[in-house]
Design a protein around this ligand. Structure first.
Ligand code: ZN
Length: 597
């Protein structure tokens, strides 16, 4: 019998290629535990036999070829469809296959040598971390981690999140305080990666539920160190991981670098003189409150004045400043009692990062009247809301008003990337609505998030911002300076609207105005100002609203500031009296960037 060699080669090629795919599908099936894997495997194996039989039994080459293409294509199409149905967008087969190929080639690379890793791994003290041997199955996890960190660093991520969902892992990079979702990661990649992090950093491999965290350092080819904190904890869908770039210096900034206008700085410096009185710094979460509190402390001479901080989560080390950490999870932890023992040391300057209850507020009010300066952080949308919150928690208006010097409120806006920002003529109607000077001399810019293309049509990302459109952050502020007139109004319980009118009479600039000013200077975009100035949303109402309301009232009576529970300091108040966000994701980490708490 005459056999055309080319026909045989084509037949073998198709069978080999299809066989290769089947191996991949065999590895992929565990990602969809609900699918009948045995049935799939049976059908797919049978397809190989059928293809072979077609070649043997059908004499017409072209007819056999068509069947040999059609049958695998139909099966693959059906598998693809099932995959997308089960896994959602992360089920896309192309992404999965390319991910598999990357992992495959990474695995091959890993076998060659350790030097294939892009980063070197060290502990906090700078000693190399013990990497698993390249033959070790755990080594692949390290390779995947290496790729993830490099990708994160290229995107200037301050934080990398891997969050398990039903079938795969959702991934995001947080850059300049904004979380950017990335394409998802297969469980078969994410799980070894998380195990690798735990093994490298010495976390317990068995513990998959309770939160764990550990620090490590990476160094790139140029020996640049990046300090990371790896955090893991359990969720109902599996174990999550978040890696935070831990740049202590990002939390330290001189007062005049925070972004205040010159008028604001002058007004603030005037009330900052002396060593007594109370300053409140308020913002929603991750909007730079801690950085501002540290800047205010750094404004004092730590060698001639005793300075103490009282924080749940200290972010930076300062020379000559004593830091007291409060652990809300400790047995019988009481924020006010712990604060009282700090006050017994009698520091001149005291920073209290949060004010979770009335007892704490009373201590602060008293202490700041007795020749001490106190800076306290409050989670509130604006200066007037913070004032209301402060007044509400201290029943005596006199006590609330007496020590107050200023209430600072702030947001962080992202800076437009100077390399790629786009000049445009804003809509006049919009400018009129925002009360901005129309037309003349307004250098309006917006973010450019579209990578350009070269002549061959390849995407070119902006080298300075990776085409995110923004690079870096700055603060926008409103400062309510408490002069005698305003203090009297507070002490006599005047409504907050009246106080607002008094402050506006003294040329107080509000947050949005400061934001628009930065927009008009081309530093940020109008969208960014609107984004950060939109009040923090009220948490979604829980089904049992009425009981929630009742328990809230109870909690307030018991002396708690809504939204300022110790240990849930991330839980917020959007307005005084709003229900708390607390408990919406107990144990889940705050999202957000470095130095912007
Ligand atoms: Zn750019």
């Amino acid at each position: 019998m005459y056999v055309n060699v080319i026909y045989v080669l084509v037949a073998v090629a198709i069978l080999v290629l299809w066989g290769r795919f089947l191996v991949w599908i065999d590895n992929d099936l565990p990602n969809m535990p609900e699918q009948p894997a045995q049935l799939w495997k049976g059908v797919l194996l049978a397809s190989v036999a059928i293809l072979l039989l077609i070649w043997l039994l059908i004499p017409n080459f072209w007819f056999a070829l068509i069947l040999n293409i059609f049958i695998p294509a139909a099966l693959l199409g059906y598998y693809w469809r099932t995959r997308v149905q089960v896994l959602g967008s992360s089920g896309d087969l192309l992404g999965a296959i390319s991910g598999h190929m990357t992992q495959f080639s990474l695995g091959r690379q890993a076998k060659k040598s350790v030097s294939q890793l892009g980063l070197r791994y060290q502990n906090k003290g700078g000693k190399p971390l013990h990497l698993p041997a390249v033959e070790d199955p755990g080594y692949n996890g390290v390779v995947l981690l290496d790729q993830l960190l490099i990708q994160g660093l290229e995107n200037r991520a301050q934080r990398i999140d891997l969050l398990p969902s039903d079938q795969a892992y959702e991934m995001s990079f947080t850059t300049d305080g904004v979380a950017y979702p990335q394409s998802g990661m297969q469980r078969s990649n994410a799980e070894p990666l998380i195990q690798a992090v735990k093994q490298l950093t010495g976390l317990s491999l068995e513990e998959r539920r309770r939160p764990q965290s550990a620090d490590f350092t990476t160094r790139d080819a140029d020996n640049n160190p990046v300090h990371w904190t790896a955090n893991t904890s359990g969720t109902t869908a599996g174990e999550r991981l978040w890696l935070q770039v831990n740049a202590k210096d990002n939390w330290k900034m001189p007062l005049d670098h925070l972004g205040m206008s010159s008028e604001q700085l002058t007004a603030l410096r005037e009330v900052l003189t002396g060593n007594e009185g109370l300053f409140i710094v308020s913002s929603p979460a991750h909007m730079g409150r801690t950085t501002t509190l540290y800047s205010l402390l750094a404004n004092h001479d730590a060698y001639t004045t005793s300075i103490n901080t009282f924080e749940i989560n200290p972010r930076a080390d300062f020379e000559s400043i004593s830091v007291t950490r409060f652990d809300p999870a400790a047995l019988n932890a009481s924020h006010s009692k712990a604060l009282q023992s700090v006050m017994l040391k009698d520091p001149h300057i005291l920073m209290v990062a949060q004010c979770p209850d009335a007892a704490t507020a009373e201590l602060i009010a008293k202490y700041s009247r007795e020749e001490h300066r106190v800076y306290v952080g409050l989670r509130a949308n604006d200066a007037f809301t913070a004032l209301e919150l402060w007044r509400k928690v201290l029943p005596d208006n006199q006590v609330a008003a007496a020590p107050l010097r200023a209430i600072i409120s702030q947001r962080l806006v992202r800076l437009l990337c100077p390399t790629c920002k786009i000049a445009y003529q804003p809509d006049e109607a919009m400018l009129a609505k925002l009360n901005l000077p129309i037309g003349r001399d307004l250098s309006a810019f917006k973010a450019n998030t579209q990578p350009s293309r070269d002549q061959k049509g390849n995407l070119i990302k902006c080298p300075d911002c990776s085409s995110l459109g923004y690079r870096g952050q700055t603060g926008i502020f409103e400062i309510l300076v408490i002069n005698d007139e305003i203090r009297r109004a507070i002490a006599t319980g005047r409504p907050v609207e009246e106080i607002r009118t008094l402050a506006r009479k003294n040329n107080m600039m509000v947050l949005v105005e400061h934001g628009f000013r930065k927009f008009a200077l081309g530093i940020t975009s109008i969208q960014e100002v609107i984004r950060v100035c939109t009040p923090e949303k009220k948490p979604a109402a829980k089904p049992k609203t009425s009981t929630a309301g009742a328990s809230r009232a109870g909690a307030t009576k018991a002396g708690q500031i809504p939204g300022q529970t110790p240990g849930q300091s991330q839980a917020g108040v959007s307005r005084a009296g709003n229900s708390r966000a607390g408990g919406s994701s107990a144990g889940s980490p705050p999202s957000g960037g470095v130095g912007n708490d």
